[in-house]
Design a binder for this molecule. Structure first.
Ligand code: SAH
Length: 242
């Protein structure tokens, strides 16, 4: 008999948007593996059990992901109840899928606890609906982590530039200049409205508005930093700070 691993989404920030199920499993855990994305309020609320910060800092990804998975397996084999806590939802750019595969491979019981994803909730909290009957009948979620200049991009930039609807980019701050340039080069309207929401649903949330051709300059001037959600599309015109 092994323990069980819960892949838990903590929501986009704060305790209010964490689910009851997330709270329940967090409070029943023997060990919690976390990173910084859930935010201070959530991290401060964790119970007094073994806690390990497995955050990936300084861009050292692959090896550390291996180590995180090994740790989950090890604790589960010690018959512990393990919570792997992630910001937003574990299955949207959260590596939850990969962790689930590894746990399955080792025959470890795993339960997913979905979370409110920042990709929808962060724009929503500033009045930007990712779909809207008048403006957008489709929405594409994209990782901006990938350099669009790379020959073998896994993203079809031409298709994106031609597609109607909303584009929501996560992890896109660093590559924003290349992303906007690539979309314009592929024929997207350079006046398309863009919003960047930094640290959404946190006390120091900040919104930056521009157009496809101006946003990276404005973001540079304002010193926009991750974590931030970038929204491209007509829905941005509904933005309201109130
Ligand atoms: N699984 C997470 C996303 C993980 S990828 C989710 O569903 O929300 C990490 C990226 O999420 C960040 O780089 C940023 O783009 C976005 N993000 C997460 N929380 C955020 C927040 N509170 N405000 C702005 N962006 C956030």
């Amino acid at each position: 008999m092994t323990g069980k691993v819960y892949l838990v989404g903590s929501g986009p920030g704060g305790l209010g948007l964490m689910t009851f199920r997330a709270r329940e499993v967090i409070d029943s855990a023997d060990v919690i593996l976390y990173d910084q994305l859930p935010g201070e309020e959530v991290l401060a609320s964790l119970p007094d059990v073994e806690k390990i910060d497995v955050g990936k800092y300084g861009g050292k990804h692959t090896k550390e992901q291996d180590e995180i998975e090994k740790l989950m397996v090890k604790f589960a084999q010690e018959e512990k109840t393990v919570v792997r806590l992630k910001g937003g939802d574990p299955f949207l750019f959260g590596r939850g899928g990969e962790e689930m595969e590894t746990l399955r491979k080792y025959g470890i019981r795993v339960e997913m606890v979905p979370g409110v994803t920042s990709a929808i909730a962060v724009p929503e909290c500033v009045g930007i609906p990712v779909t809207h009957r008048k403006f957008a009948s489709q929405v594409t979620f994209l990782t901006g982590h990938e350099d669009p200049k790379k020959e073998e991009s896994a993203i079809n930039w031409k298709w994106l530039a031609d597609s109607p609807g909303t584009i929501v980019i996560l992890m896109g701050v660093k590559n924003l200049p290349d992303i906007t340039k690539t979309l314009i080069e592929n024929g997207m309207d350079e006046k398309k409205p863009v919003a960047i929401i930094e640290r959404g649903l946190r006390p120091d949330q900040r919104v930056t508005i521009g157009n496809l051709d101006t946003i990276s300059l404005i973001a540079g001037e304002k010193g926009v930093k991750p974590p931030a959600i970038i929204v491209i599309g007509e829905v941005v015109t509904l933005f309201d700070e109130e």
